[in-house]
Ligand binder design. Structure first.
Ligand code: PCA
Length: 202
């Protein structure tokens, strides 16, 4: 099984394309793996707590987290998770972390363990704009990647873990009427399908 997570909407966003993709791909098969699609809360405690519970309940071969990153122009394959929470905006519980550790006493950073170069090559070959990013920010997405890598590391598991940030969807930018980069939602879903295909084959 491959665990695929998206996030609920947050901040000023009324939708989150990562949520829609996690729902759309739930139950889909890639190679010998079935996808379990889950939507995580944008919450300073609950997102990590739900990941801990999910890892107890199921033992996925790989975990792909997906989230939204306003302002990115391409699909971002996150390389690293930092042990810091420094929220530019409050989470959905109204909590704004400043200079906090994701895990007190944890290592400063973890690297994602998906084959990012292979994923990038597959996306590029498929005509999807993508790149390897060296910062997932300091909000819930970074924190969730950190929490999952920490859980997997502490449990001595070999589960591969990664994070993909999506641009705003074209529909979101159209509705908001803002001067920001966007990507069409079907193309973003195709990108995640390509990532899952590479991950399933690894
Ligand atoms: N993006 C936020 C959190 C949830 C999401 O989809 C982030 O980049 O941290």
């Amino acid at each position: 099984m491959i665990l695929l997570t998206g996030f609920e909407p947050f901040g000023t966003h009324k939708v989150n394309p990562s949520e829609e993709i996690a729902r759309a791909l739930d139950g889909r098969r890639f190679g010998e793996h079935v996808v379990r699609g889950v939507v995580l809360p944008v919450h300073h405690r609950e997102a990590a707590a739900q990941m801990a519970a999910l890892l107890q309940a199921i033992d996925p071969a790989a975990i792909l987290h997906v989230g939204l990153a306003e302002g990115r122009a391409r699909i971002a394959l996150e390389r690293v998770a930092l042990n810091v929470m420094d929220y530019a905006i409050a989470d959905n519980a109204g909590y704004r972390a400043l200079d906090e550790a994701c895990v007190a006493g944890g290592p400063p950073a973890y690297f994602a363990t998906l084959p990012l170069r292979d994923v990038l090559a597959a996306l590029t070959a498929d005509g999807v704009p993508a790149y390897i990013s060296s910062t997932a920010g300091t909000y819930l997405c970074n924190q969730t990647l950190y929490a999952t890598l920490h859980l997997v590391s502490c449990a001595g598991r070999t589960t591969r873990v990664g994070f993909v940030h999506l641009p705003l969807s074209a529909g979101m930018v159209a509705a908001a009427g803002v001067e920001l980069p966007s990507m069409d939602a079907p193309l973003m879903q195709r990108a995640i399908e390509t990532v899952l295909r590479v991950v399933a084959a690894t």
